[in-house]
Design a protein around this ligand. Structure first.
Ligand code: HEM
Length: 448
């Protein structure tokens, strides 16, 4: 097997940590340029942190040697008080069982049951836009994907329940995002009543009774209501006959919610920004949706006939992968491709940097959806393009997200002309838990 070398960063630690806060993406690009594919960024007695910039090493960690790595303990700690033991952060046999149980909820046949609601929500948005000439597009996409995922999770919309759960889940997500930006808040135990821990608890106190009541109602009704909740409750382990407990169903619902809306909202926002910046690409997309849809809202059956729509989304996901980093920790002290990794090492794989490598992507910083035509993706090295991760822990919602994003983008472009509102600050990606924005993004919209 190939052996590799981890090169240690020789930057002043204070300057590096200030830069990590002010310009983490710039710093990462510089580290790749100056140090290569595997970089030892922090080297303290009890803390080693590595950054991975190459598809080959990413493949070893995420696929070939995936069993030797786990999700990092710090991330688990931040999430467990609110999200319990959902599949995003669990590991080992427990994760394997849960992943197997949750998978059928995302089978292709099942996804089609979510489409009617998605279309309804998209239609609501486009109708509301009729009276507007400018929108904060990031907020619009966030609100749309939030309501879409909440609806897919539980169809029952009892007197504004979707809104109440959505709002509390959103507050929870924002609190977790704020927590991740503060070292102190990240490491303090969950029981310490810090303002952030209290915000998280308040949101959970709103969400829990509603979710448990919905779970109880679904159990009592006993039928499949065509939502993710029903799917998660129905599944049964083939070997043991076991089903998920109420608490586990609740943990998985919370996990799907947090993993399943901001990411899609960001990708859609970036796709719309790049289309506004590239009138040729917008014209090609418009020509495609006009000829295929001829004025009606898209359905799932239309998607195979909308290849350029998919290419635009893939290119937006390449340039701005919402999950810009993927973290792991070794499951024990290990020898990994000739490098001794202690159990406490944190390894950060950077799709954002890997996706912009000129070895595989010509004009890597340019928005060029056509590059995804034909067999392009198939002939890329493994892990050179992985907006949804890869290996056993590949995003369980990738089919859901692609379906949703194609429907939304095709519908918007068909009905509206979008352009960037002049005079706003430069729009740059900002790295947090996801790849977001520093300021809200204003777009001028004109009905066609
Ligand atoms: C553009 C949209 C999305 C992007 C870019 C995205 C990205 C990712 C990535 C990179 C991972 C792997 C993380 C890792 O290996 O550590 C992941 C995992 C996951 N995603 Fe997504 N995701 C998206 C949408 C969704 C949706 C819509 C859902 C659910 C409704 C979802 C649910 C999950 C779950 C549950 C996992 C954990 C899977 C496991 O560990 O077994 N995601 N996602």
């Amino acid at each position: 097997m190939t052996t590799i070398e981890a090169r240690k960063v020789k930057l002043n630690p204070f300057a590096a940590s200030a830069r990590m806060r002010s310009d983490p993406l710039g710093l990462m690009a510089q580290l790749k340029r100056e140090y290569g594919d595997l970089v030892l960024v922090v080297d303290l007695p009890n803390l080693k942190s590595y950054a991975v910039f190459s598809p080959e090493i990413a493949y070893e960690i995420l696929v070939h040697q995936a069993d030797r790595f786990e999700k990092p303990a710090l991330g688990k700690k931040m999430m467990e008080s609110s999200f319990g033991n959902g599949i995003f952060f669990s590991d080992g046999d427990f994760w394997r069982r849960q992943r197997k149980l949750a998978q059928p909820a995302f089978y292709h046949t099942r996804l089609s049951t979510y489409v009617a609601d998605m279309r309804q929500r998209i239609d609501d948005l486009l109708t509301r836009w009729q009276s507007l000439s400018e929108v904060e597009i990031d907020k619009e996409m966030h609100a749309l994907t939030l309501v879409i995922v909440v609806n897919a999770l539980f169809k029952t919309d009892v007197s504004g329940l979707t809104e109440r759960v959505g709002k509390a889940m959103n507050e929870l997500g924002t609190a977790v995002g704020d927590q991740s930006k503060s070292i102190l808040d990240s490491i303090l135990p969950n029981w310490v009543p810090t303002p952030i821990n209290r915000r998280k608890q308040r949101a959970v106190d709103v969400i829990n009774p509603i979710l448990y009541k919905m779970i109880a109602d679904h159990r009592a009704a006993g039928d499949d209501q065509g939502d993710l909740l029903s799917a998660l409750m129905q599944v049964q382990d083939e070997e043991t006959g076991e089903r998920m407990s109420d608490q586990q169903v609740r943990d998985e619902l919370m996990t799907m919610f947090i993993a399943g809306h901001e990411t899609s909202a960001l990708a859609l926002t970036w796709a719309l920004i790049e289309l506004a910046r590239h009138p040729d690409a917008e014209a090609s997309l418009r020509a495609e949706v006009d000829s295929v849809l001829a004025g009606r809202l898209p359905t799932a059956d239309d998607l195979p006939n909308l290849p350029y729509t998919a290419m635009v989304i893939k290119e937006a996901l390449r340039l701005y992968p919402p999950a810009s980093f993927i973290s792991r920790q070794p499951a024990g002290n290990i020898d990994f491709m000739g490098v001794k990794l202690p159990k406490l090492a944190v390894i950060t794989i950077m799709p954002y940097i890997i996706h912009r490598d000129p070895r595989w992507f010509e004009h890597p910083d340019e928005f060029m959806p056509e590059r995804f035509a034909g067999e392009f993706e198939k002939q890329l090295p493994k892990c050179a393009y992985m907006p949804f991760g890869t290996g056993p822990r590949i995003c369980i919602g990738n089919g859901f997200a692609m379906l949703e994003m194609q429907l939304v983008l095709a519908a918007i472009i068909q009905r509206y002309q979008v352009s960037m509102t002049p005079g706003q600050p430069e729009i740059k990606p900002v790295l947090g838990l996801t790849l977001g924005f520093e300021h809200s993004v204003k777009m001028t919209i004109k009905k066609r």
